[in-house]
Write a protein that binds this ligand. Structure first.
Ligand code: ADP
Ligand code: MG
Length: 344
């Protein structure tokens, strides 16, 4: 029988996690091992803090999300929230509730993924909490970041005539999920079938291994642009645009044909008979950054080589509504879920 968490005990498990964890951030004065982590304050910076709670069966499904991927993704989505403030992620804490069905190997896998994301993004794991649960796995991650207060980007600063931008293609994570769910249904009745995932590497990665965009935060600093508003695309472009518009008390126009879509997203959507723009608008989990900038800042994006940024629309007065201009030239009201054609 594989070694269980029960035989190791809570302290044994924490010890194991602590031994395998190193820190690298200069602001981390004390990591795992005391009652609190101790973090120093960088000159002229403020801290940003964000938390996510993930429940097995609600936010993730272990039948097709390996634990290493889950650990990586849980960290990535938290770092994405820090980036969405235009801040730099520095530390995380990770709390887990684990039931007896998990082996030590399973927890090692989870933490391998957590550490991989930490290394990839130069973030320190500085603490957490460990408890047993009656069923399933619960993960809560808190991420801490920092930035100069004048560079923070909130959701409420978009102004009419600002340009709406997105940092990458959308709808791919949703397409990847549809693919995984299709294969899960196929495999249910047939143990010998191998999943037909060929040709869809990109959308699977977008679903299983999303990446936050601190490179965009870096680039914005390099070209001296502070977005007037920003958030990450976790729930789909449509609802994120609505959040920015309502918090900023503005309207917007989104051009359907400007929304970046990957070839694999289009291919899978064609197979499943879904309009790929629906995947982009309502799918979510892409973790790209959606932001608005002043028109006069736009040329700065061309001034230096850097990550691709896509201009997808513009901000307008609140009274003009929040609409998508379709490829055919019609206007459709954006909805938190789906969109409705604007008649007359
Ligand atoms: P306390 O009784 O004060 O909650 P714990 O025994 O839970 O202390 O934790 C001891 C140390 O280990 C603390 O520094 C805590 O942050 C850290 N820690 C506990 N669980 C985890 C975990 N799952 N991941 C990372 N660090 C953890
Ligand atoms: Mg504790």
């Amino acid at each position: 029988m594989a070694e269980s968490i029960e035989t190791l005990g809570e302290f044994g498990l924490i010890d194991r996690i602590a031994k395998q964890t190193t820190t690298q951030q200069p602001t981390t004065l004390k990591g795992i091992g005391d009652d609190c982590a101790v973090l120093s304050q960088s000159e002229g910076m403020v801290k940003v803090v964000t938390t996510d709670l993930l429940l097995e069966g609600i936010h993730f499904d272990l039948t097709y999300c390996p634990l290493k991927h889950l650990g990586y993704k849980a960290v990535a989505v938290n770092l994405s929230d820090v980036c969405a403030m235009n801040a730099y992620p520095r530390q995380i804490t990770v709390s887990i509730g684990v039931s007896g069905k998990f082996t030590l190997k399973a927890i090692d896998d989870l933490y391998d993924g957590i550490r991989l994301a930490c290394q990839r993004y130069g973030v320190d794991l500085v603490g957490g909490d460990t408890t047993s649960s009656l069923t399933g796995l619960t993960i809560s991650i808190t991420a801490i970041g920092e930035q100069k207060p004048s560079r923070l980007a909130y959701r409420n600063g978009a102004r009419p005539n600002d340009i709406l931008c997105v940092s990458g293609d959308l709808g791919a994570a949703y397409a990847g999920l549809q693919l995984l769910e299709r294969e899960k249904r196929v495999l249910k009745g047939n143990n010998s079938a191998s999943p037909a995932l060929d040709g869809y590497k990109y959308i699977l990665e977008r679903q299983l291994k999303p990446e936050p965009r601190p490179d965009i935060v870096d680039f914005l600093e390099k070209i001296d642009v502070v977005p007037t508003s920003m958030m990450d695309v976790s729930d789909g472009l449509s609802s994120e645009l609505i959040h920015i518009c309502s918090q900023s008390e503005v309207g917007c126009r989104l051009y359907e044909d400007r929304v970046p879509l990957h070839a694999e997203t289009k291919a899978l959507c064609a197979e499943l008979n879904i309009n790929p723009i629906v995947a982009a608008l309502n799918g979510g989990e892409d973790y790209e950054l959606l932001f608005s900038i002043r028109q006069e800042d736009y040329p700065k994006f061309q001034s230096q080589p850097g990550p691709e940024i896509y201009a997808i629309g513009y901000v307008c007065e609140k009274e003009k509504g929040r609409r998508m201009i379709t490829t055919g030239g019609d206007e459709a009201d954006l909805q938190a879920q789906g969109w409705r054609f604007f008649t007359n």
